[in-house]
Write a protein that binds this ligand. Sequence first.
Ligand SMILES: Nc1nc2c(ncn2[C@@H]2O[C@H](COP(=O)(O)OP(=O)(O)O)[C@@H](O)[C@H]2O)c(=O)[nH]1
Ligand SMILES: [Mg+2]
Length: 332
Amino acid sequence: MKDAPMESTQDIVTRILAGEVRAAARLMRDLDDGVPGAREVLKHLYPQSGQAHIVGITGSPGVGKSTLTDRLIQHLRNQEHTVGVVAVDPTSPFSGGAILGDRIRMQRHATDEGVFIRSLATRGHFGGLTASARAVLTVLDAMGKDYLLVETVGVGQDEVEIAATAYTTLVVTVPGLGDDIQALKAGLLEVADILVVNKADREGAERTQQDLLAMLDLRFAKETPAWMPRIYLTQAKRDEGISELLAGIQEHQAYLSREGGENLRAARLERVRQEFLELMKEGIYHHLVSLLRQDDRLQAILEDILDRRTDPYTACETLIAQTLPGDDSNTS
Ligand SMILES: Nc1nc2c(ncn2[C@@H]2O[C@H](COP(=O)(O)OP(=O)(O)O)[C@@H](O)[C@H]2O)c(=O)[nH]1
Ligand SMILES: [Mg+2]
C-alpha cells in the first residue's frame, strides 16, 4: 500500500474539528501505533475538548452493556444528540471475537454521521489501554460529540477506572447477583451514580433491586450523599426501561451542573487529575528506561541486584535521586 502524502498537523486538526470521520479514525490508529506526530495533533485538539458529557458503562461480561449502549445511542439520537462510543473489550486482539460482536451489535449506527464507535482491545496500545481510551475520548470530544459512552468490562482496575472517571457512571448487573454482589461490595458500588439491573425479564429482578437498595442504605447509613445513586430495571434486548434510564442519566447530568456547576467542575478536575498523573507515570518511566538504555546501565544495575550487592528498592531510589532533582522528602 502506498503511503498517503504527509499532511500537516494543522490540516489534520482542522479536519477533525470539522467532524471528519476518516481523519479521526486515522488519528486513533496512529495514536495506537505510536506514530510520531500523532500526539502533536492531540495537543492541538485538547483545548477544543471538554464539553461532551461522558457516561461510563461498566459491569461483568455478558450483563448486556453493549446492548444497552446500542439502545442508549438510539435514544440519544432520537433527541438529536451526537454520540461517540468507546468500547473496551477484553478479547484478545488475535481472535477479535467480542469486538466484532460489539461492532455488529452497534452496526446499524455505522452509517449514521452523528455516531462514531471505536472498539479497543485490552492489549496492543501504545502507552497503555487507559491512555488510549482517554485519547479516543479527547478526539471524539473535540469533534463535538454531545455524549460520549464508554463501555468497559468491570474486571481489572484499569477498566473500572476508565468508567469511573466518566461524569456519570453506570454499573450494570443482572438478576441473581451471585458473584456480582462481591464485585459490588469490593468497590463497584463506590463508583456508581446509577445502578442498572438489566435482563429484568429474568426472574428475581425485583429481589436484586431490593438487595442493591439495602447495600446503598448500608453505605449511606451515616450521611445522605448529595446524589443518591438511582436504580433502574431495564430489558436492553427489548428496549424496555431505556427512556427512564436515559432520563436518570440526564438528571445526574443536570445535578452536576446545578448551582454554578461546582460538582461538574469537581468531576472534570478528577478526570484531569487522573489523566495527568497517568501520563506522568508513563512519561517518567519511558524517560528513565531510555536513559538506562543509552549506557547499558540497566544491565549493571540488574547484575548488582542479582549478586546482592544492592536490592531493587535501593537501586530504584538511587536512580530516581540521581535523575530527578529536588525531592528531599523520603517518599518510600
Ligand atoms: N434476556 C435478556 N437478554 C439480554 C438483555 N439484554 C441483553 N441480553 C443478551 O445478553 C447477551 C450479552 O449481551 P452484551 O450486550 O454483549 O453484554 P456485554 O458483555 O455486557 O456487553 C446477549 O446475548 C444479549 O442479547 C435483556 O434485557 N434480557
Ligand atoms: Mg460488550
